[in-house]
Write a protein that binds this ligand. Structure first.
Ligand code: PGA
Length: 305
């Protein structure tokens, strides 16, 4: 017999709310896992797994990668895990023809905020929408630190993506120097407060955050420990609550920065980490599929009773 009474209804933001008791509402994208052996209902939060392909992979390589990834993850319930890939601009049109958004969402690595104009070399939200993009990334550390983008520019990109009905994935993260000075909380709070300035509660369903400490990214990066990442994720969630109130729980906060098969399970087991944003370790479809599978298993094993 199942001990816990569970109800579902349409939530304020159009998503299913599932809760075990009126005292403990669970907002956002959750699903039920009936654990008959232990005679209980477990409420499991949806997880997010994605990769930014950076300036790698040709059009052909991207479509082959996507085909393999779709094939190798087809048995994973998209209620349980949302998958997204962010290829180069040149591969976006073919990528869209290759995979169904219900299976794998697609995004752009960057975007200019104006719809059109004399902005040579830039790509507009209308152009990305035309290609059927689901999301736009703003503020990846390489945009901020190699190309000198500012928080105020990320804010314009986020607003523009939302205005064109695409999800905005805002990437934030402190440099090694800022961490050493003990400034990580201030940096993350500033990046969130400026990046999401002027955004309303009603836009929450289209907001995603990736915490990617700059010192952890790329070949010379050191992955953050699961405990450090959890501490920063808690701070990020607290800041989102200050900005948007309780419904901010809907905003998934992903960890990125040298995620690999060795640390993925520990990271995803942390209660405030909602997903993994993976670079190098995701660029072979079979390895990424395996990482996702193991991470889902690890999260389930760590689900509070
Ligand atoms: P990495 O890249 O996993 O190769 O460190 C992460 C990122 O830049 O998003």
């Amino acid at each position: 017999m199942i001990k816990c009474a569970v109800s579902t209804r349409k939530g304020r933001f159009g998503q299913a709310l599932i809760w075990g008791s009126p005292k403990f509402p669970v907002y956002g994208k959750s699903y039920l896992n009936l654990d008959k052996r232990k005679d209980r209902v477990v409420i499991v939060k949806k997880l997010y797994f994605g990769s930014n392909l950076k300036m790698y992979k040709t059009v052909q390589e991207t479509t082959e990668y996507l085909k393999h990834l779709a094939e190798q993850t087809k048995d994973i319930s998209r209620e349980e895990a949302e998958l997204f890939i962010i290829p180069s601009y040149t591969a976006l049109a073919d990528a869209r023809k290759t995979v169904d958004p219900a299976q794998i969402k697609l995004g752009a690595q960057n975007m200019f905020w104006e719809e059109q104009g004399q902005f040579t070399g830039e790509i507009s939200p209308i152009m990305l929408k035309e290609l059927g993009m689901d999301l736009v990334m703003a503020g990846h550390s390489e945009r901020r630190h190699v190309f000198g983008e500012l928080d105020t520019e990320e804010n314009k990109k986020v607003k523009s993506a939302l205005a064109h009905n695409m999800k905005a994935l805002l990437c934030i993260g402190e440099t090694g120097e800022e961490k050493d000075y003990g400034l990580s909380p201030e940096v993350l709070r500033t990046q969130l407060k400026i990046g999401f300035h002027g955004i309303s509660q009603g836009q929450i369903p289209n907001l995603w955050v990736a915490y990617e400490p700059v010192w952890s990214i790329g070949v010379n990066g050191t992955p953050a420990s699961a405990d450090y990442a959890e501490e920063m994720h808690k701070l990020i969630k607290q800041t989102l609550k200050e900005l948007f109130g309780k419904p901010s729980k809907e905003i998934p906060v992903l960890y990125g920065g040298s995620v690999n098969p060795q640390n993925a399970e520990q990271l995803i087991a942390m209660p405030s980490i909602d997903g993994l944003f993976v670079g190098r370790a995701a660029w072979e479809a079979d390895k990424f599929a395996q990482l996702i599978r193991r991470a889902i298993k690890a999260r389930k094993a760590n689900q509070p009773a």
